[in-house]
Design a protein around this ligand. Sequence first.
Ligand SMILES: NC(=O)c1ccc[n+]([C@@H]2O[C@H](COP(=O)([O-])OP(=O)(O)OC[C@H]3O[C@@H](n4cnc5c(N)ncnc54)[C@H](OP(=O)(O)O)[C@@H]3O)[C@@H](O)[C@H]2O)c1
Length: 298
Amino acid sequence: MRLLVLGGNGVLGSNVVSAAMARGWEVVATHHSDRPGFDVPSHQLDIRDSARFESLLDRVDPAAVVNCAAMTDVDGCESDPDLARAINGDAPGKVAGACATRDSAFCHVSTDYVFDGSDRELYGESADPNPIQVYGESKLAGDAAVRDTHPSPLVVRPSFVYGVHRPDGSLAGFPAWVRDRLRAGETLSLFTDQHVTPSRAGQVASVLLRLLADGERGTCNVACRTCTTPYDIGVALRERLGREEAPIEAASQGDVDRPADRPRHTCLDVSKVEDRLDTAQPTLDEDLDAVESALTAE
Ligand SMILES: NC(=O)c1ccc[n+]([C@@H]2O[C@H](COP(=O)([O-])OP(=O)(O)OC[C@H]3O[C@@H](n4cnc5c(N)ncnc54)[C@H](OP(=O)(O)O)[C@@H]3O)[C@@H](O)[C@H]2O)c1
């Protein structure tokens, strides 16, 4: 199996490269700014550059392409909506269309931010999207474009992605942010009114590849089974770091002035992926166990 991974130096992309290599697949990556540290070929690519992508596709001739490239800075998308729409909304459809004409399978990565967060139930794959910020609008446009241009894409939808960046082993995302502030002696203020099912990048990557290999297509939520808040995650991390005395204040999203609104409740229903794989998704505790050594590394 030859796999082409777009965004191979991102948190999720680097885990997809790593998991595919562990499966013994032949992997070619693309990177945007910095080349990933893997011993696989990586080509610089801006996914808006369709001609360059098509030329690469012809040279690599992959059985499948996984698109982990995106503009993920939610506030940055709000301040530059044209750039967000070009990267997250327009480019994925062109990339998927080029794969379709060459009979390559295509996997795209969506987001829980396609939802408005007003529903306190878990969001299933067929829940109605209604994004409340430019990032979510642009990602929703990308999801739609992929479905328009490829006959059978796999669309994996994670939430609140964090994990161990590969191959260097450093922790990335919210747990790293919490750890670094606790170590700096700062008092943390963490939201109690944002509910998410955090997705560990290594877990998403291995599930994504298994779904792809099994021929699963359509949309699939991939996240942990625990619906929780940044406050509760912070408390769990504080305990794991042995810093129980460090103060963590309960905060509300309304306390912070940010360019983009965030949904309040985007916990994902993971029963579909559990049924398909006949395996329970991990709890948050199990996922944090998996990143423990990177979390506690000095
Ligand atoms: N982070 C989350 O909480 C979260 C939650 C749900 C879904 N997702 C989705 O998960 C996917 C992976 O995100 P992630 O968490 O791994 O974020 P990430 O670490 O920011 O990875 C995104 C990658 O895309 C690259 N990129 C940005 N602009 C590009 C462009 N114009 N052309 C090509 N590559 C470009 C970035 O490279 P540079 O850094 O070099 O620009 C980066 O390596 C995305 O589709 C994201 O929307 C993320």
